[in-house]
Write a protein that binds this ligand. Structure first.
Ligand code: SF4
Length: 355
């Protein structure tokens, strides 16, 4: 039987080097750090790069490294039935929300970002590329989201929903619009666990409003705690002071509860690994789950144009293992979150590491 360490080694390697397998469910582009193929590995959601040059392939439902059976099972996520439907006014459901992993419905409610000018944009993000390619629509209405969520639950057994948004020009940075979206989705699908993802919203009362609307979890994603890294990789968003994030996290923990609040920390932006783990420890002490995730240079990003490369699997494994140990000691597991990326886990290897 494979040990946790062996399993984590292979997971970290797969997360960076990818796998050779055709997957019908992908994130072709969009907000955030990954655009991978969706699979289920040893029963867990995973999103691995689809890489024809990867040394890993899949035979008989197992992951093979050349002629070596790694012992990991891998199942491809099937195209969901709700992708075949369209709204009455002709918008394909697939352009409104997408399947992530095997059971998460994810949507970017506003697909534009005030920070998308080249000198402001996060260098790993392609939020507006999927809009340009016609894969999605710029703004999803609450009614559209409710219609798609109801169908995805009914036809495909969706278990939770993630709502993110590009940053808007208002002082709430887009958060208030999510209040309406959560309310309307829950009116159509009572009890569906929803995670909202926002920037620090200026007026912290919006965080309370999101909870009152019925969101169960919240992500306020900083990506890095190192100000040099932030300004280099996220010139626009990195100018928001960390103190604003801290105030928003603290309010969110008060309102949503410990371990229902999360943030991304990207591995591979050049941050000192010890500093990254120390920062993760401080977040855990606040009750915030640090979802450490390997940065991957997606097609269409400025990072890719710059020739940036993904971190080494060794670094991904080491940081994930160290943060998982801290999370275990604090009793904060991703699977204890009611909804959201930490609960899904696909974009990182923290859950495989025991976090
Ligand atoms: S971790 Fe978040 S972004 Fe990644 S597949 Fe899961 S829900 Fe989607």
């Amino acid at each position: 039987m494979k040990s946790l360490k062996q399993s984590l080694d292979v997971h970290a390697d797969l997360a960076v080097r990818g796998v050779r397998v055709p997957t019908p469910v992908r994130r072709p582009a969009g907000a955030g750090p990954s655009d991978d193929g969706h699979v289920v590995v040893d029963g867990r959601n995973a999103a691995f790069p689809l890489n024809p040059a990867s040394p890993y392939d899949v035979r008989d439902g197992r992951v093979w490294l050349g002629e070596v059976n790694t012992g990991l099972s891998l199942e491809v996520v099937r195209r969901p039935k709700f992708y075949d439907l369209s709204t009455a006014d002709g918008v394909p459901y697939e352009q409104i929300a997408r399947l992530h992993g095997r059971d998460v419905l994810a949507t970017t409610v506003v697909q534009t970002c005030i920070r998308y000018a080249e000198d402001q944009r996060c260098r790993f993000c392609t939020i507006e590329e999927s809009l340009r390619s016609g894969a999605t629509v710029a703004a999803k209405t609450p009614a559209q989201l409710a219609e798609v969520a109801a169908a995805a639950v009914r036809l495909d057994g969706i278990k939770q929903m993630v709502m993110t948004t590009g940053t808007t020009a208002g002082p709430d940075r887009g958060a208030r619009n999510l209040v309406r979206c959560v309310r309307e989705v829950l009116a159509a699908v009572p009890g569906l666990p929803i995670q909202v993802q926002i920037e620090p919203p200026g007026d912290l009362a919006v965080i309370d409003a999101l909870k009152i609307a019925g969101a169960e979890s919240i992500g306020i994603h900083v990506e890095s705690l190192d100000d040099d890294v932030r300004l280099r990789w996220m010139p626009g968003k990195g100018a928001v002071p960390i103190a604003e994030y801290e105030a928003a996290w603290d309010r969110a923990v008060e309102v949503f509860g410990r371990n229902q609040v999360s943030t991304y920390l990207l591995i591979g932006l050049g941050e000192d690994p010890d500093e990254l783990v120390l920062g993760a420890a401080k977040l855990i002490a606040r009750g915030v789950y640090p979802f450490v995730v390997p940065f991957r240079p997606m097609a269409g990003t400025l990072a890719r144009a710059d020739g940036a490369t993904a971190p080494s699997p060794t670094l991904v494994r080491e940081i994930s293992a160290r943060v998982a140990t801290l999370l275990q000691a604090a009793g904060m597991l991703g699977t204890d979150q009611k909804a959201g990326c930490a609960a899904c886990g696909a974009c990182g290897v923290l859950q495989a590491a025991g976090g």
